[in-house]
Design a protein around this ligand. Structure first.
Ligand SMILES: NC(=O)c1ccc[n+]([C@@H]2O[C@H](COP(=O)([O-])OP(=O)(O)OC[C@H]3O[C@@H](n4cnc5c(N)ncnc54)[C@H](O)[C@@H]3O)[C@@H](O)[C@H]2O)c1
Length: 249
């Protein structure tokens, strides 16, 4: 599905991003695995499976890092066709009432989760234009379609991601660049599994879905790959909720 696509995935040293990177590589993509943390182990695993990956340490809130991330991908693979803006502050965020959230943390969540995807897109667009177009996938959450307590900063940031997607297509369509969003439900990434009390809540969360089971990171590979692929060549500005039918929209 992704043969010859050159795809940057941010926040991919572990968690959902790592699973997406491996899944895209299995589908024939060349992947740039980017993260603040060292993505070396994953790059090695993808390589030992006979697929192609490079690792780049980059902070999505840094203009210089975003530009370097794109430049190194172009140099290694000869171009950039896809970008998945997966990096975010999420699994380590403390659950807090709306009036107990630290205002400084609020700003940091906005900086990483909203400004980060914007800076990554801004850096990738010229490279995509050089190869005749491309596809950007944003990562939001199903939480914004219903409303949940405890993560107001996070939910506000992910609503911002969706709004950004919708406006961005008006500017990037003429450059043949598509922008779509996936909105996962609670997904059993390493970070989520490490949260206190998750084991007790999993059953109730699964029961609220049409497909009553835990959501796993690899449930997101196909939906994200579709948006990155040529099969979605006339699809832009859309949001796909991937949560086993928990929320319909
Ligand atoms: N797991 C879920 O339940 C769930 C549900 C809906 C949406 N999401 C979204 O999916 C994405 C991945 O989720 P996850 O559970 O794997 O998250 P996670 O918190 O486990 O991993 C996030 C990754 O982003 C990286 N990162 C953080 N700040 C960065 C920065 N400034 N620059 C570069 N990398 C940075 C981290 O190092 C980490 O590898 C996030 O955007 C999250 O909001 C997750």
């Amino acid at each position: 599905m992704l043969e010859s696509k050159r795809i940057i995935i941010t926040g991919a040293a572990q968690g959902i991003g790592a699973v997406l990177a491996s899944g895209f590589a299995e589908m024939g993509a060349k992947v740039a695995v980017c993260d603040l943390a060292d993505p070396g182990d994953l790059v090695q695993r993808i390589g030992s499976d006979g697929n192609e990956a490079i690792g780049i340490r980059a902070d999505v809130t840094s203009v210089d890092d975003c530009n370097r991330m794109v430049a190194e991908t172009e140099e290694a693979f000869g171009g950039v066709d896809g970008l998945v803006c997966n990096a975010a502050l999420f699994s380590a965020l403390p659950i807090k009432a709306y009036d107990e959230i630290d205002p400084e943390l609020w700003d940091e969540v906005m900086r990483v989760n909203v400004k980060g995807p914007w800076l990554c897109a801004r850096a990738a667009v010229p490279a995509m234009e050089r190869v005749g177009g491309g596809s950007i996938v944003m990562v939001s959450t199903n939480r914004i379609f219903r409303g949940y307590p405890g993560l107001l900063h996070y939910d506000a940031s992910k609503g911002g991601v969706l709004a950004m997607t919708r406006s961005l297509i008006r500017e990037l369509g003429p450059r043949n660049i598509r922008v779509n969003t996936i909105a996962p439900g609670l997904t059993m990434s390493e970070g989520v599994l490490a949260r206190d009390g998750i084991g007790d809540r999993k059953g109730a969360i699964a029961a609220a879905r049409s497909l009553s089971r835990d959501q796993e990171p690899d449930d997101l590979i196909g939906p994200a790959a579709f948006f990155l692929s040529d099969h979605a060549g006339f699809v832009t500005g859309q949001c796909l909720i991937v949560d086993g039918g928990g929320i319909t929209h």
